[in-house]
Design a protein around this ligand. Structure first.
Ligand code: FEO
Length: 334
């Protein structure tokens, strides 16, 4: 796909990945995804925000063919679905400097062949003038790794949020058209990778509350022209109360555990408690993760194999513990 104009001298670039069905060899992507990069041409400087997953490098490089100069590349997040093509970009534009948080600099140098002299690190709240446009860098840790930041384009009131507020959707519509579909995909995305850091994410939401945001341009999925849609949804997911419902993942080999599940579900329903049950032999773990966003209780049902839980139940429990909310320790890395 060619570059697409968002506003005056602001362009979407990147790749729509219609075929991808699994992320991190773990997370189901029923609707594909996109890797969004953005180009901003100021009156004096031109900047590229993020890149694309390296298998999509040719697409981004083709979109940049008519761009003679890039002064800065901004890396919001070191994960390779956004940083993977940065080495090729720096090769094409050797004069460009790479802007990141100090923590991202270390990660990027560990993950990719980028020389230290390419970097400029920015403090929280620091600004960069492109001439008639001004970028403000806002450190926003844990959306989704500890090094992440977002960028606010002051004159156009656009927040470039990278993974934050993103959703795994492949679409030709640049902007959100079906709010229900996007909210469901965004909730799945939040549940799968961000829920463990919900307290920190709540702080990041508070940090953004004072900004006048006209548009949110994430690095996955579509652009929000009504930012309140996704900001309010995140408030509910991170700060809202949980519901008195039970999530019940289970495995049953000969229908015995299933009988216990049925008995428990009936009893809970009689007491007015809702249940979402998931047969771990066939379930989509993204759906299971979404159910965990709102539920107060988890019960896992499993038979025993070799004196331990069924491997699917052990796997489900590990995924649960990984997705359950906790306050991350400093230096923890997922
Ligand atoms: Fe889309 Fe955490 O990378």
């Amino acid at each position: 796909m060619r570059a697409r104009k968002i506003k005056d001298r602001i362009y979407w670039m990147g790749s729509v990945d219609w075929d991808r069905r699994l992320f991190d060899a773990l997370i189901p992507l029923p609707d594909g995804t996109s890797y969004n990069a953005y180009l901003i041409e100021g009156s004096e400087k031109t900047v590229l925000l993020d890149s694309v997953d390296s298998p999509m490098a040719d697409e981004l490089l083709a979109q940049l063919e008519g761009v003679s100069k890039i002064d800065y590349v901004i890396s919001h997040h070191a994960e390779q679905d956004h940083s993977g093509t940065i080495p090729q970009i720096l090769e094409k534009y050797p004069e460009a400097r790479l802007i990141s948080t100090p923590k991202a600099k270390g990660l990027l140098m560990d993950l990719l062949p980028i020389p230290e002299e390419s970097f400029i690190t920015v403090k929280d709240g620091e600004t960069l003038s492109l001439g008639d446009k001004t970028l403000k860098f806002i450190h926003a840790p844990w959306v989704h790794w500890p090094e992440t930041m977002v960028t606010y384009l002051e004159e156009d009131r656009i927040l470039f949020s990278c993974d934050f507020f993103g959703s795994h959707i492949a679409a030709t519509d640049l902007f959100v058209t079906d709010e229900g579909r996007v909210c469901e995909a965004a909730k799945r995305y939040y549940a799968e990778i961000m829920m463990p850091f919900r307290k920190v994410i709540g702080k990041n939401l508070e940090k953004l509350a004072s900004y006048d945001i006209e548009m949110i341009a994430p690095s996955h999925g579509q652009i929000f022209q009504r930012p309140a849609l996704i900001i309010d949804a995140y408030r509910e997911w991170t700060l809202g109360p949980v519901r008195n419902t039970v999530v019940l993942p289970y495995v049953s080999m000969h229908a015995s555990t299933k009988q216990m599940v049925d008995y428990l579900v009936s009893s809970l329903v009689e007491k007015g408690v809702g249940v979402e049950q998931f047969n771990l032999g066939v379930t989509d773990i993204g759906k299971l993760a979404m159910a965990l966003v709102d539920a107060a209780t988890i019960v896992i049902g499993t038979p025993t194999i070799l004196a331990g839980p069924h491997p699917y139940a052990a796997y489900g429990a590990m995924v649960h513990s990984w997705q359950m909310p906790f306050v991350p320790k400093q230096n923890f890395f997922p």
